[in-house]
Design a protein around this ligand. Structure first.
Ligand SMILES: Nc1ncnc2c1ncn2[C@@H]1O[C@H](COP(=O)(O)OP(=O)(O)OP(=O)(O)O)[C@@H](O)[C@H]1O
Length: 710
């Protein structure tokens, strides 16, 4: 956008004075425009600068002087007018030029041109007005043509100095010409004036235009400023945006680089995946071939499946038939179970309701040394599973004992239901009595007791070594067998409750082994009949513990052992001198058959038998021995009475027989272990025990009766 000139460059109205005013000033300065002034300044040629001739003294001279002055004035007027006309023309020209230039948008040139013209015009007048007038007069005289051309031509003819008239005529003609010229000039002046006025108007218009342009320029400037500010703001925003964009570019570049890295990784991954894919494709092709094979197999399998489904349908039909058969068979099984129990009982009856097992323990420890470092037992021969032979050189009389067979020479044979050699294991021993345990579950009273001299192996047989499973005794194995059988019988509808008690009889006094001596301090334990008509007995105040599993029973056994240890200063002696009775009461119910049963299992470790003569006991020991022998002898008597079916069975003669009344009578199955020591020195006690066992073995107690729960 081109910058418009400021107002100060435009021509100032004061400088462009109207021609009238310039002329006025010119007139006033030169003092020649008005006749008054001309007359007033007629002698002041110096003021005007016109070279006037020196006046001659006298009138003529004065006349000539005034004429010259008139001519000079006319010339002057003419020159001034001409000069002023030139000036005006110049000014008009300059104004025209200025307006033209102004119209073309270059007013500065106008101002300069008009100023120059004014200066030139003014200068032309002001510098040498007199000279100009003179020249003009002279020139006019020489060249002017016009209305007075002839007169001038005539005037050109040099008049004689005396021809004043002619000269006056010339002058008059000249004045006339000047007047005409002046009028012409005035017309021109007026013409110029009107032109100036029009130019003034034009100038005013131009000024208005200029002002409008100025205001437009200002508006434009404001707009420009606003636009500039906007532009700056825009530039700032663009700069911010650019910075933002640069940051974005940086971020994008970093992202790009990270993406490039990721692309590389992905490319690597892709290539590995491609490899994997290739492998998978190979696998897929393999699998496809396998699949086609499998499909073929599947179709054949489907065919097979159809056949099988058919077969399944057949089998289901068969199964339903079999299910009904199973129901029938289960019924038969239950009947069979009942029958088995009967048969089992009959077998035991055939075996005898009281049976005797003989067990000879091995030599142990010092006994082997004393036996010449040999475990061979010299005085006992095992003839078969049920017979052993006792022999001692010189003891011929023994063979004559009643009921005993022998080969003579001190050889005595003893036959029992079973003879266990020293090599017999605890397991083998228990297998033989497990059927009795089964009888207890079937609802019979069972009594297993161990009889024998001290140290013959009674406790080993009944309790065993609790720390070794292999050496577990009858009690532990019985408990396990009971709970195992209970589980098996559960499938046949039987559920059982088990109660345990454990007591000892020492010097004919009952002691509860399942309570501490502190707890049992003020308690008395008496044996009483449950029902006077029957032989069921119970012990008052005795602790009966319901047991749910084998572990619980083992805890009771350990507690009983501790009680026996606390009760004695010498445990072995105390335990040897008392009878211990472990009792399990088994109550069963069958929900299917509505059967019920109640059996009692007594496991008795008797006190060691001892012959008074041979023991040489005295004092308390003697009393103990007497009590033991009395109870053991009474046990024999009861058994004998039962065998002889006597009317009175002396159960009450000892606590032991009284307690075991129901388990020894006709309503029970009894098994007696006769434990034998292998030591030679124990021969007499062994013989005594074997004789006692023989007596028992010869007894037929009667038929055991199944106990039905009341
Ligand atoms: N069959 C056997 N095998 C190995 N050792 C046995 C056997 N029987 C008994 N014994 C051992 O013989 C020793 C005496 O046995 P045990 O204490 O059982 O005799 P006991 O008849 O109970 O004596 P007591 O009447 O004094 O109680 C024990 O050390 C025992 O371990």
């Amino acid at each position: 956008m081109s910058k418009l000139p400021s107002s100060r460059h435009l021509p100032q109205p004061s400088r462009l004075r109207p021609p009238g005013s310039a002329m006025k000033r010119l007139g006033s300065d030169s003092a020649i425009t008005s006749p008054e002034k001309r007359s007033r300044h007629s002698g002041d040629a110096d003021d005007t600068g016109i070279m006037s001739r020196p006046q001659h003294p006298g009138g003529t001279r004065g006349g000539r002087g005034s004429l010259s002055r008139s001519v000079s004035m006319a010339n002057l007027n003419s020159g001034v007018t001409r000069n002023r006309g030139m000036a005006k023309r110049n000014m008009a020209n300059s104004r025209i030029g200025a307006s033209t230039l102004n119209l073309t948008g270059r007013p500065s040139n106008i101002t300069a041109a008009s100023a120059n013209l004014v200066r030139q015009g003014a200068g032309a007048v002001s510098r040498r007005p007199g000279a100009n007038i003179t020249n003009r007069v002279n020139n006019t005289q020489d060249t002017d043509t016009g209305p007075g051309g002839d007169a001038v031509t005539k005037a050109k003819k040099k008049r004689a100095p005396w021809d004043l008239k002619g000269r006056l005529q010339d002058m008059e003609e000249l004045v006339k010409c000047s007047t005409v010229e002046r009028e012409n000039l005035l017309a021109k002046f007026n013409d110029y004036d009107s032109r100036i006025q029009s130019l003034e108007e034009e100038k005013q218009n131009l000024n208005q235009n200029l002002q409008q342009s100025h205001s437009t320029t200002q508006a434009n400037q404001e707009q420009i400023d606003a636009l500039t500010a906007k532009l700056n703001e825009e530039v700032r925003q663009r700069s911010n945006e650019r910075q933002e964009l640069e940051r974005n570019i940086e971020e994008l570049q970093s992202k790009k680089s990270s993406l490039e890295r990721r692309i590389k990784m992905l490319e690597a991954d892709l290539s590995s995946r491609e490899d994997e894919l290739a492998g998978l494709k190979a696998t897929v092709s393999n699998l496809t071939s396998v699949s086609s094979g499998l499909e073929a197999q599947l179709s054949s399998t489907k065919l097979l499946l159809n056949d099988r489904n058919k077969r399944v349908a057949d089998l289901e039909a068969e199964t339903s038939t079999q299910a009904s058969t199973i129901t029938i068979l289960e019924k038969k099984l239950l009947e069979g179970e009942t029958f088995r129990r009967k048969l089992h009982n009959q077998v035991l009856e055939l075996k005898g309701n009281i049976r005797v097992f003989c067990r000879v323990r091995p030599l142990i420890g010092e006994e082997i040394k004393n036996n010449g470092d040999s475990s061979d037992i010299h005085h006992i021969n095992f003839l078969d599973e049920r017979t052993l032979e006792l022999c001692k050189g010189g003891d011929v009389n023994s063979s004559t004992m009643s009921g005993l067979k022998g080969r003579g020479n001190g050889h005595l044979e003893f036959t029992y239901d079973k003879v266990f050699t020293p090599c017999a294991t605890q397991t083998e021993v228990f297998e033989e009595i497990s059927q009795l345990v089964q009888s207890a579950l079937d609802g019979y009273n069972v009594c297993v007791f161990a009889y024998g001299q001290t140290g013959s192996g009674k406790t080993f047989t009944m309790e065993g070594c609790p720390d070794s499973e292999e050496l577990e005794g009858v009690i532990t194995r019985t408990v396990r067998h009971v709970f195992t059988s209970m589980k098996e019988l559960k499938d046949k509808g039987w559920t059982y409750t088990v109660e345990a008690s454990f007591l000892e009889i020492y010097n004919e006094t009952i002691r509860d082994l399942l309570v501490s001596s502190k707890e049992a301090k003020n308690l008395t334990y008496d044996i009483k009949l449950v029902d006077n008509k029957k032989n069921d007995t119970y012990v008052t105040n005795l602790k009966i513990v319901p047991v749910l599993d084998e572990t619980q029973v083992h805890q009771l056994l350990r507690m009983a052992q501790q009680q026996r240890a606390v009760a004695a200063t010498n445990m072995n002696e105390h335990s040897s001198r008392s009878h211990s009775v472990f009792r399990l009461k088994l109550v069963g119910e069958n929900c299917r058959t509505s059967e019920s049963c109640e059996g009692t299992l007594n496991l008795v470790d008797l006190a060691g038998s001892e012959r008074l003569k041979e023991s040489g006991s005295e004092g308390a020991r003697l009393t103990e021995t007497q009590n033991i022998n009395r109870s053991l002898s009474n046990l024999g008597n009861v058994i004998m009475a039962l065998a002889q079916k006597q009317g009175h069975i002396p159960y009450r003669n000892s606590k032991l027989t009284h307690l075991l009344q129901n388990s020894l009578g006709g309503n029970s199955k009894t098994l007696m272990f006769v434990n034998v020591s292998p030591v030679d020195l124990c021969y007499s006690e062994t013989l005594n025990s074997l004789r006692f066992a023989t007596k028992v073995n010869q007894c037929h107690i009667g038929t055991a009766i199944k106990q039905v729960k009341k």
